[in-house]
Design a protein around this ligand. Sequence first.
Ligand code: CAA
Length: 260
Amino acid sequence: MEYKNLIVEIKDGIGFLKINRPKALNALNSETLAEIGHAGNELNANKNVRVVIVTGEGDKAFVAGADIMEMKDLTALEGAAFSQRGHEAMNTLENMEKPVIAAVNGFALGGGFELALACDFIYASDKAKLGFPETTLGIHPGFGGTQRAAKLVGLAKAKELIFTGKTINAQEAYEIGLVNKVVPHDQLMTEVLALAEKIRTNGPFGIRLAKECINKSLSLANKEGFALEAKDFGMCFATKDQKEGMTAFAERRKSTFIGE
Ligand code: CAA
């Protein structure tokens, strides 16, 4: 599919989803949100794609938020619908059956921060600036930020970020657990590609089920979580990946996984 506001590419088993509205610092309007959902589904369905990298076009912004120009005259009902369009896009990324890495290459504000939080984890340029400026605009995060931020950093830190609307740098974000690694700006893509490559060579089926177990751990009671883990662990033994991984270990060779 052709995208107006995204660049979607696949290279060597890695899918790239790049938000491409650099003149508006990659702000997310409704059209871009719909395209993120389509692209997420497309990359998810493509068996050749093992890992997805989400980033922003240009040198300045990952995504500077939801599109304020589109939002400014919305009614209450239209605001709720806009939020739901954001949720659909973000949930598509969160629920993808493969790892999704956010490469935050600049401003990740409001809806842009929420986009990064919907990914499995974040690598950030040392020039990145992250935050929730929504309350400075008289609103609050609407693309999942009130739900996802607290799960990562705890209620009090999430409230401080959202109530103040302050912007933090990549190092501060790293220190509170929002970002997995801070990388010199010009090495961000090299580092993220090396990480994606490491993940790409591991068993896709095991990774997919691990992601399901980990994501569901947030909403399941311990007992159900362990039951899910045991079920998914068992399912791994019905796959060619498990046979290949353990046979390769026994034969002292490198495994080649096919994701089946
Ligand atoms: N929506 C629409 N347009 C935006 C935008 C946004 N979120 N962020 C930047 N732009 C546009 C600007 O209007 C400007 O367009 P023009 O050239 O046509 O005037 C262009 O991008 C460049 O921006 P600036 O000139 O402002 O660039 P700067 O370097 O001076 O400042 C910035 C950069 C600090 C990121 C600043 O652009 C900014 O504060 N942007 C808004 C950040 C924000 O508040 N985000 C949260 C939005 S609310 C939200 O996301 C709600 C939600 O949860 C669903």
